[in-house]
Ligand binder design. Structure first.
Ligand code: FES
Length: 161
């Protein structure tokens, strides 16, 4: 059964204090819980958040399914999200994604055998002028990388511990 760590619980409770409506804290709370559950959300996580936040599970589930930044399956230690929206697509995002998957020997959306990487596609990450770009989310960091080439992307990925 999933339970937030004491630190995670404190973070969720402090998010609750930041907003007038409890519902507004669901987004950051899901993000905190996802980080503590190997990068994904499942029914146990929703139940735990419901208990900690005193919000019905159905309301948390609704937010979870609406947004794309929450994962439904376990992801690798480094979650590589390549933007696939127009500017990035026109600047070679699809080929870049294929290249990364091939180099890492993973299928899109699946974690690598060693558990290090998952590659997925994302909708516009807000950096269209410096396309193509990717976001890499790890346990302790969340960073954006822009103006990517096949080579620069792989250098960044390979340098991740
Ligand atoms: S289209 Fe890729 S960042 Fe906007």
């Amino acid at each position: 059964m999933f339970q937030l760590s004491n630190e995670g619980k404190q973070k969720v409770l402090s998010e609750l204090k930041r907003y007038e409506s409890r519902q507004s804290a669901v987004l950051p709370a899901l993000y905190i819980a996802q980080g503590e559950n190997r990068g994904y959300i499942n029914a146990e996580v929703i139940k735990e958040l419901s208990n900690v936040m005193d919000i019905p599970e159905s309301q948390i589930h609704e937010v979870f399914t609406f947004y794309t930044m929450y994962n439904k399956e376990a992801v690798g230690r480094h979650h590589i999200q390549v933007c696939r929206t127009l500017s990035c697509m026109l600047n070679g995002a699809q080929e870049l994604t294929e290249h990364i998957c091939k180099e890492l020997n993973v299928k899109l959306g699946e974690a690598s055998k060693d558990g290090r990487y998952t590659v997925t596609e994302a909708e516009c990450l807000g950096s269209c002028g410096t396309a193509p770009m990717m976001q890499i989310t790890s346990a302790d960091s969340d960073a954006y990388y822009e103006n990517l080439t096949h080579e620069s992307a792989m250098n960044i990925i390979r340098a991740m511990k």
